[in-house]
Design a protein around this ligand. Sequence first.
Ligand code: GLV
Ligand code: MN
Ligand code: MN
Length: 412
Amino acid sequence: MNLAVDQDRIVAEIEALARISDAEPPAVTRIVFTPTDQEARAWLRARCLEAGLEVRQDAIGNMFALWTGADETAAPVATGSHIDAIPNAGKYDGVVGVLGGLEAIRTLQRTGFRPTRAIELILFTSEEPTRFGIGCLGSRMLCGTLTVEAARGLTDTSAQTLEQVRQKANIHGDLESVRLDPGHYSAFVELHIEQGPLLEHSHLPLGIVESIAAPASYQLIAEGAGGHAGGVLMAGRNDALCAAAEIILTVEQAALSSGSSDTVATVGICDVFPGAVNSIPSRVRLTLDVRDTDLPRRERVMQIIQDKSHDVSDKRGVSVQFHIVNADAPAICSSIVTEALVRSCGKHNLPFQKMVSRAYHDSLFMSRIAPTGMLFIPCRNGYSHRPDEFASPEDIACGTLVLAETLRELSR
Ligand code: GLV
Ligand code: MN
Ligand code: MN
């Protein structure tokens, strides 16, 4: 049976969701469990109910929309992504995988197809680390990588605990119940924009992901001595920001000299205390995001960063402490899913290339409990995490078509 994706509808839905945002358009900001995020979730829930799906939510706020299958004993196949968006982001990151997943289900429904295995759409909670400092909160808990105890210890940017935030967001239930057993799903497949320029450069509409690079993140606290910006002479200072500045350049240098362009390292947050014009910075908090396709190489780079930071610390009399937020292994996608994706592309005569995901995704964690794969579509100039992020309606429809075909095969 021919599959016909409703391109106009999915584009209109992406636009509608983008309007539920805390930023001026075209930027999108949707931080997990804010009233805006809650409104977006309610909007999505209504779209899922319209499609006849059974909707439930777990104790961390992951939302599941189930299209029941003919065989209720068979493990479902799942698809999905996230709709939370970092400050000043675009419309497509995560959203294409959620609304594309929904439209893939509707596309199959329109043909009269009835899956044998149920097909479940998942909206993962807080793929972005903005609020709790750690990415993929929902999928980490689903697969047990983040323990309930560690989750309870999380605090948000205004020092509220996860429990407090959950209560305010009206999300209840026992966090212990979030974890799913391996085998709960027969397969998981996530559609996403590439967030890099490779597909655009090769003029291809689709990428089939074979592996996902390993992310790690750290908090670094540098503590020196404050004082009067006029009164304290330069020679006697222990300026925490000057130490942090040297460390930031060390981070860049360590990544550049790893021997591979697959190593990337970023300092994305620098909080300066007390943050006054005429006061010497006494404390600085940096966040460090280090990633690589090769785990030992990432660890080596991290070691260099730590060693050099301790040199800076000694030289400047500024103490430096590292706290690991997460240090994850890479994921290898399952041939069960990648081969189904290849066959689906072939069936529709759509060219693709195999690739690595340098960004992390909920798939990184779903791969721990289910055969997992990802499908990428191009985004203009490779831009993502910025307001001018853009994926063309044609590419979105093309990705949705291949997703639908893949779900059809995997659910039989
Ligand atoms: C996900 O948003 C990432 O930072 O890779
Ligand atoms: Mn993102
Ligand atoms: Mn994403």
